[in-house]
Write a protein that binds this ligand. Sequence first.
Ligand SMILES: [Fe+2]
Length: 237
Amino acid sequence: MKQQFENYTAEDFKVWKTLFERQAKNLKDKSCKEYLDCLNELKPVLNSESIPRFEELNRVLTNQTGWTIEVVPGLIPVADFFELLSKKKFCSSTWLRSMKQLDYLEEPDMFHDIFGHIPLFMNKAYGDFAQKMGQIGMRFKDSEEVLIELQRIYWFTIEFGLLKGNKPMIYGAGIMSSFGETNFVYESGVEIIPFTIEEVVKTYFCNSEIQTKYFLLDSFEDLYQSLDRYAEDLAGL
Ligand SMILES: [Fe+2]
């Protein structure tokens, strides 16, 4: 599948610009520095002025990291998703929410997939972590138990992870791409606990409810090391 750039409407461009500008401003003092650095590095091909052309974005991303955006029709089976990750391919949709849906989404759209997820793939430790998740997923694709644990790891890191800083800083794409959720993280009633992979694999999540529990990570290097240890433990079973 390919992005059909000519099919985007004037409203699509307006939605992209509105979301990008609002969230870039909102994230300035809330997103981890790594994300902001990556976003800045991608600025020539990822900015508020235009819906990004995946071809251009891939040219920079693949050249520098080996990662590629893979267009998918929507949510795909878990095993396929992990297989793509293991090959350094990250799935993205190409559709965009409407002006009326700025703050509500049932399924991830391109703003979530691209603005939320893609920049951090420019960070080596983060990219290595994501690829390793894919490799573990492939190796244990017949183990329902491991796949559930991996989905939990994915959920509480790549989607909803927080990183240590002056205050908990956002790196999860589910928060990054949502104006409401970005601010919700700092409200009372939210539980932020230190990241340990042992705790994460035991933690249930529901993808249709707002997240109230977040895991706070020391660094992306730590994240990779944790996953490495987890994989070693699995191999020893
Ligand atoms: Fe996502």
